[in-house]
Write a protein that binds this ligand. Structure first.
Ligand code: HEC
Length: 196
C-alpha cells in the first residue's frame, strides 16, 4: 500500500514537473542571485511569521483560542505591508489542506508542498526553495506546526476545545485543517519578488 502510494505520488510529481516545464519558460539564476533572493524572501516570511505568532499568542492568552481565531488570518496584518513594499515582494500563505478556501495551493505550489512533506516524512531537513519565471522570482518557505497550533489545528477529539471547534466549523464549513501533529508541514509561505 505504501509503495503504491509512493508510486502514485511519483507519477503525479513527474507529470506535474513536465507540465510546469512545458507551460512556462524557466530561467536561470546565478548562485549568488539564488542566495540573495532566498534570503530576501526569508526575511519577509520570518517577519510575517513572527508578527503572526506573537499576535496569536497574545490573543490566546487574553481570551483563549476562541478569541484568537481571527488572528491566524494574515489579511489582518498590514504590519508587514511596508516591509513587503520596500522589498518589492508579495507574500501569501497556502496549503494543501485549507481552512480558508482562499488559501488553497495552485499546481506549482503543490509540487513544493509535496516535496517538503516527503522530506519531513523521511526525517530530513526541509529547506526553502526558489523558482524563476517570467521575470519573477518566487521563494517557497515551509510552515511547520508546533504545540501552540494544536489548539486550532490538532485533533478534533481532544486538542481543540468544543467551543472553539464549533466556532471553526461555523466560520469555515469546509475546514480541512485539523488532525495535525506538532512538527508537520501545515503549508508554505510564497514570496514573489521582482527580478532586478
Ligand atoms: C486560535 C486558533 C488558531 C491557532 C492557535 C492557529 N491557527 Fe492557523 N488558522 C486558524 C484559522 C481560523 C485560520 C483561517 C484563517 C483565514 O481565514 O485566513 C488558520 C489558517 C492557517 C493557515 C492558512 C491555510 C489555511 O488553512 O487557511 C496556516 C498555514 C496556519 N493557519 C498555520 C498555523 C500554524 C503554523 C499555527 C501555529 C504556529 C497556527 N496556524 C495556529 C486558527 C488558528
Amino acid at each position: 500500500m505504501r509503495s503504491f502510494t509512493i508510486l502514485l505520488t511519483s507519477i503525479f510529481l513527474i507529470t506535474a514537473m513536465i507540465f510546469v516545464g512545458c507551460g512556462n519558460k524557466q530561467e536561470e539564476l546565478t548562485e549568488t542571485e539564488q542566495t540573495e533572493y532566498l534570503e530576501k524572501g526569508q526575511d519577509l516570511a520570518t517577519e510575517t511569521q513572527k508578527v503572526l505568532g506573537s499576535n496569536l499568542m497574545k490573543a490566546i492568552n487574553e481570551g483563549g483560542p476562541i478569541n484568537a481565531l481571527e488572528f491566524c488570518n494574515i489579511q489582518a496584518y498590514p504590519l508587514t505591508d511596508s516591509m513587503a513594499t520596500a522589498l518589492k515582494a508579495h507574500i501569501t500563505r497556502v496549503t494543501d489542506k485549507p481552512r480558508n478556501q482562499a488559501n488553497i495551493d495552485n499546481k506549482d505550489e503543490l509540487t513544493y508542498i509535496a516535496s517538503f512533506k516527503e522530506k519531513l516524512g523521511a526525517g530530513e531537513q526541509v529547506s526553502p526553495d526558489i523558482s524563476v519565471m517570467d521575470g519573477k522570482v518566487t521563494g517557497y518557505y515551509p510552515i511547520i506546526t508546533n504545540q501552540m497550533c494544536m489548539q486550532c489545528h490538532g485533533s478534533e477529539n481532544d486538542q481543540i476545545n468544543e467551543e472553539t471547534l464549533a466556532k471553526i466549523k461555523e466560520l469555515y464549513p469546509n475546514d480541512q485543517a485539523t488532525g495535525y501533529g506538532a512538527g508537520e508541514l501545515r503549508g508554505i509561505w510564497v514570496v514573489e519578488m521582482d527580478r532586478e
